[in-house]
Design a protein around this ligand. Structure first.
Ligand SMILES: Cc1cc2nc3c(=O)[nH]c(=O)nc-3n(C[C@H](O)[C@H](O)[C@H](O)COP(=O)(O)OP(=O)(O)OC[C@H]3O[C@@H](n4cnc5c(N)ncnc54)[C@H](O)[C@@H]3O)c2cc1C
Length: 536
């Protein structure tokens, strides 16, 4: 691999490759690595450098005009390694029902069978350095489930929703670089932001990607195939701003680009008072030799079908006193900056003011992230031996919700331009009433279960739940066999453009409730196989 700062290239350079990948996040790095190993010559264009800087991060600024989402610098990182420089590292599987067309969820259904994704989960898990994927199987944990957990999941509409973490969250930058370095076929150009996709004369194929540096140096990459991996929001932006051949942007003849924006709305709503001698080790999370597992409480397929519910799950998190919360907040933020090398220069300070939601923050940064893994394991074992109910018997209920596809939840070109002259986006995130209905029903089901099993009592949340996003940006260039209904086909190729492919969360046609990165990597592997076949 070679890696260079695009500012050092000659102005107006035209570079050739078999495949041009745009965006060096988890997805782009995976594709470049796979193709490089398969003998394909790749140019990987990355907007940022090797560490965060405020000027580049500002290129992501957008106007949020719908349901509020986290500030730019909290929810995306525009430098080598992408948002996985910030991520919490939770991994879950997309479930078979999530990929099905469900009559009660409008516009649901993936055009590819779930097996196409599932068949690549083992390799995707290895890329994320996760424990083997049989650890997603409930049966693996039966011997470790407590009597209380067996009672919750024993019968009825609840089942475990399993999350796995690696020993350390995979930061694709430094780790991915090592593997990429081994590949002579990959050329990484840093500080090169793609600003336009140039189509050929009849608009049926891409001729080149045009890029600019913040120092206004111009370059272009010509290739046989192009894969955009700029994240779930930016992929749509690049299509929308490239208008010289198609007035509404590329792939947008039917006004689908940017629509169906989804995230996983998250709400801290209500609390549970557990019986005194409760034992819920898996629900609290168990450190493993090679990672960590936590059970959430999810809904069975039968329950979703019977009551037309969305796929939600909840976790029961420790409740802290206000004083402890304040101390913890300061400590966590300091550690976060140290461990994650800062968000985007000084702007992370603004985050301090908006992060008053302690349970939400605990989700973002658990002790697991603060300590070396072996210390974390000792700490957990010791703490549980000395004080099995540490944190008290009161637990807050955190809901992780499925957001159904909705064309009115969208990104579109907004007002103003960024420092490179690219039009900025407006984001109209819309959370429909179906989400609230499913959440409230889930709350009732959980309350009934806790009362029936004698494990505790649920105190419902007050009024309507207030959601925050999970930085899972999905759906804006959705996959569909029908060009009138989606932007890419089942091969992730933009309808009507023979050599343009999209990768990452933007192609998800339905979101389920699962943290999406593992599935994005599985899809990236699938796309790499296709591109390797076609361009080798
Ligand atoms: C705080 C936080 C916590 C998270 N926790 C989890 C979690 O626990 N589990 C989970 O599954 N997911 C989590 N996520 C989401 C996860 O980080 C994303 O799903 C993942 O990073 C997406 O990878 P990507 O490569 O598609 O996009 P990105 O990581 O966004 O990478 C896109 C890359 O493209 C570059 N780029 C953008 N525009 C251009 C352009 N025009 N030209 C050139 N380059 C460009 C960017 O600089 C970036 O490097 C979290 C995210 C955040 C922010």
């Amino acid at each position: 691999m070679s890696m260079a700062d695009a500012n050092l290239l000659e102005g107006g350079a035209s570079i050739e490759a078999d495949v041009c990948v745009v965006g060096a996040g988890a997805v782009g790095i995976t594709i470049a690595r796979e193709l490089g190993e398969a003998g394909v010559r790749v140019v990987l264009l990355e907007s940022g450098g090797l560490s965060p800087d405020e000027e580049t991060q500002t290129l992501y600024d957008l106007r949020s005009a719908g349901y509020p989402i986290r500030e730019n610098f909290m929810s995306r990182a525009r430098y080598y390694g992408g948002s996985c420089n910030l991520w919490a590292g939770r991994n879950m599987l997309l479930e078979p029902l999530d990929a099905e067309a469900r009559p009660w969820v409008e516009a649901s259904g993936w055009p590819i069978p779930h097996a196409e994704i599932a068949g690549r989960y083992a390799r995707a898990a290895a890329a994320l350095r996760l424990p083997p994927i049989d650890r997603f199987d409930e049966r693996t944990y039966r011997p470790r489930m407590s009597a209380d957990e067996k009672a919750i999941f024993g019968s009825g509409p609840l089942r475990p929703a399993i999350s796995l973490w690696a020993v350390k969250p995979m930061r694709f930058g430094p780790a991915g670089e090592k593997k990429l370095r081994a590949s002579a076929n990959v050329r990484v150009l840093l500080r090169a932001s793609a600003v336009r996709i140039r189509l050929n004369a009849d608009g049926s194929g891409v001729e080149a990607i045009e890029a600019l540096t913040l120092g206004r140096k111009k370059l272009e990459v010509r290739a046989r195939a192009f894969a955009l991996a700029c994240g779930g929001i930016e992929n749509a932006r690049l299509l929308l701003v490239s208008r010289d051949k198609h007035a509404n942007g590329i792939g947008n003849r039917h006004d689908r680009v940017g629509r169906f924006f989804m995230d996983h709305p998250r709400a801290v709503f209500g609390r549970v008072l557990l019986k005194k001698d409760n034992r819920i080790p898996l629900l609290r999370g168990i450190p493993l030799r090679d990672g960590k597992v936590q059970f959430g409480i999810g809904l069975t397929e039968e329950a979703q079908r019977a009551e037309s519910l969305l796929n939600h799950y909840v976790t029961l998190e420790a409740e802290y006193s206000e004083y402890v919360a304040q101390q913890y907040q300061t400590f966590v933020q300091t550690m976060k900056v140290l461990l994650r090398r800062g968000h985007a220069g000084s702007r992370w300070k603004i985050g301090r003011e908006s992060m008053s939601d302690i349970p939400g923050m605990i989700y973002l940064l658990t002790p697991k992230e603060l300590m070396p893994h072996f210390v974390y394991r000792w700490y957990t074992t010791l703490r549980r031996a000395l004080d099995p109910q540490a944190g008290g018997n009161a637990r807050v209920v955190v809901y992780f919700c499925e957001q159904p596809p909705d064309p009115e939840s969208r990104v579109l070109l907004g007002e103003g331009r960024d420092a490179l002259g690219v039009p900025r986006l407006e984001l109209r995130w819309k959370i429909g009433s179906e989400v609230v209905r499913s959440l409230l029903r889930m709350q009732e089901i959980l309350a009934e279960n806790l009362a029936r099993t004698g494990l505790g009592k649920l105190e419902p949340g007050d009024g309507e739940p207030r959601f925050s996003d999970a930085s899972h940006h999905l759906g804006t260039t959705r996959m569909s066999d029908d060009p009138r209904a989606g932007v890419v086909d089942r091969d992730c190729r933009v309808h009507g453009v023979s050599n343009l492919y999209l990768a990452g969360g933007s192609v998800f046609p339905a979101a389920g409730h699962s943290s999406p990165t593992l599935t994005m990597i599985a899809l990236a592997l699938r796309l790499s196989e296709k591109l390797a076949r076609e361009t080798r």
